[in-house]
Every structure is written in C-alpha cells, then in structure tokens.
Design a protein around this ligand. Structure first.
Ligand code: FAD
Length: 294
C-alpha cells in the first residue's frame, strides 16, 4: 500500500503543471534523440551530464533537428531515472493516428505523464492530411486527453507561426488549442524580449491563462543559427546581428558571446516576473552549465 502511495506521489510531482503554477523560477533544458540505436549509450551519458545540473525538467524532441522519433520515449524514460521530470515531444504530421496511439501507449507504460503535443512540419511532396491523420495540434491534444491522464503542453510563437496570415489569427487558433486541453505553452525561440512581452499581453487579453514557458536559444555557432533562422522566420535584433558579425568567424568567442546574450535575456525575463524559462540546449551540457554558473 505504501509503495503504491509513493509511486503515485512521485508521478504527481513529475507533472509539470504542478511545477509551473508555483512562482519559483524554473529553468529547463532540451535534448534531441539519436538517429541510430547504436548512439543511445552515448546519449544516456549526455542525459546524465545534463541531469547533474538539476534542471527543473528536461524535454526530449521528436523527429526534429536531425533526430528521429524512435528513441524519444526511451530517452525521456532515462531522464526520469535521474528523478527529473521529462517532457516527451510528440508530433503527428508525419504519422498515422495509429502510430501516434502506439506512442501514447508506450508513454503510459513508462509512466511518463508530460507530453508536448505538436503538429510537426508538413512533409514535403506528400498529401496532407490523409484521412487517418491529425490536421492540427489541437486535434492531437484532444485525442491525447481522451486516451489518458496526461499533462499536455503545446507550442506557441511570439512572432506568429510562419504559416499564419497574421498574429491575430494565430492567437485565435492558439486559444482553440489551449481549450482542447493544453495546460501550458512553450514558446518558439526569440531574441528580443519585448516581442515576448507583447505576445504575452495579447494572449492574456484573448483569454489564454495557462503558464507560458519562455524558450531561449543560446547561439553558439553562426552557421547553425543561419539554418535555424531560415526555418523559423525568427527576427534578429540589430544588437544580436552585430554580435554575429563580430564573433561569427571565431567559434570560441561566438560561444562566449552567445551564452552572454542568452544570460542577459534570462535576467531581463526574471526581472520582469517571468518564472519559467526553457533553454534550447541542443545536447550541449557545457553550454547549459555556463548559463547556470552565470
Ligand atoms: P499547430 O498548433 O497545429 O499550428 C500550425 C499552424 O496551423 C499555425 O499557423 C496555426 O495558426 C495554424 N492552425 C492551427 N489550428 C488551425 C485551424 N483549426 N485551422 C486553420 N489553421 C490552424 N517539431 C518537431 O518536428 N519535433 C519537435 O520535437 C518539435 N518541438 C517543438 C517545440 C517547440 C516549443 C516549438 C515552438 C516547436 C517545435 N517543433 C517541433 C516545430 C513544430 O512542429 C512546427 O513549428 C510546426 O510547423 C507547427 O506545430 P504546432 O504544434 O505549433 O502546430
């Protein structure tokens, strides 16, 4: 009986809504899974190095940034072995509903209660959506809610999602997504905090009341930055462009400057009452550590 109680308590503590509704500052970080199973042991070492920094939780991407979807659940389960809540990403645009349901079953088996539910990018040169596919993240979210007792988060875009006609439309659909069963949101990376504050004001006015986690990307490599920006349409402030121009060709200096920029954004966010910050740490424990020690 006691054992069951402990297990239930542990799972409750692992739910991110409980963590995010406090006014404690929470810093979380992100991992992407390996492309091949043979790399899994190495990735488990990365999990251990990140876990040693004691982030509030660790998210594990699904099929993004060159990783695959095959090892997301396994890596998320590895995170929780370190007594750190895991947030497993789950996308649906490249999967059938049956495939998504099988991943949800796997998450239940491993007792992972936090899911970041996403549509994912629409596959090129393919008909979308097929009859057995979800069209929007909101449809996926409603179905996850129906399939189990999960704590579900969604993505949001302070600068508007690249496919949206305008920000007002994007926020209208965001409200639908939250109403479908999201209990928190995580933002796309941004480099100008004022854009985030403006977004927050607009979504609160639109009646979206759930916690919003601010996504911060420490840019440590100019080439990586150009690739990411071309995909996300994120705007770069002049101050940041000057930094890329000045240090872009010197990897060590770029890393230092990128970390310093991220730290200055985080300090400003915390000073403005933002409690939840997610670091797009891209499997780099050393970068996460530099941010922590700053
Ligand atoms: P949606 O919420 O479905 O929105 C997509 C677009 O559709 C928006 O323009 C929205 O306004 C519009 N829309 C929504 N509902 C409707 C409706 N009912 N009618 C018409 N239009 C509508 N990608 C990965 O592949 N793997 C990951 O692990 C991953 N993690 C991410 C984590 C975060 C925090 C973020 C911000 C993004 C992540 N992505 C990831 C990228 C994401 O999958 C893409 O940005 C994708 O294009 C949109 O996903 P979404 O869940 O925001 O979609």
């Amino acid at each position: 009986e006691n054992f069951r109680h402990d297990a239930e308590e542990r799972i409750e503590q692992m739910r991110l809504t409980e963590l995010l509704k406090t006014d404690q500052v929470t810093i979380s970080c992100e991992l992407f899974p390996p492309k091949q199973g043979a790399q899994l042991a190495n990735y488990k070492n990365i999990v251990a190095d990140m876990a040693a920094l004691k982030p509030a939780y660790m998210s594990v991407t699904y099929g993004a940034t060159g990783g695959t979807s095959d090892y997301t659940v396994e890596l998320a389960s590895e995170v929780e072995k370190h007594q750190i809540p895991a947030l497993a990403h789950l996308t649906c645009a490249s999967s059938t509903k049956e495939k998504v349901a099988s991943v949800i079953e796997e998450l239940k088996e491993k007792q992972i209660s936090n899911i970041l539910a996403l549509r994912g990018d629409i596959p090129q040169n393919a008909d979308f959506p097929l009859p057995n596919q979800y069209r929007h993240a909101s449809e996926l979210i409603a179905d996850i809610k129906a399939q189990g007792d999960f704590c579900i988060g969604g993505a949001c875009y302070p600068e508007g999602h690249p496919e949206s006609k305008n920000k007002a439309e994007d926020i209208r659909y965001l409200k639908e997504k939250v109403d479908a069963g999201c209990s928190f949101l995580t933002t796309q990376m941004f480099f100008d905090n004022d854009l985030f504050y403006n977004f927050l004001y607009r979504i609160r006015e639109a009646g979206i009341a759930v916690p919003v986690v601010a996504g911060i990307m420490p840019v440590t490599n100019a080439k990586q930055m150009k690739r990411i920006l071309s995909m996300s349409g994120t705007v770069l402030p002049t101050r940041f462009k000057m930094l890329l121009d000045r240090f872009g060709d010197d990897p060590a200096a770029m890393k230092q400057a990128g970390v310093a920029y991220a730290v200055s954004q985080i300090i400003d966010l915390v000073a403005n009452g933002i409690h939840a910050i997610h670091i797009y740490s891209m499997n780099k424990p050393d970068v996460a550590e530099q941010i922590k020690s700053s």
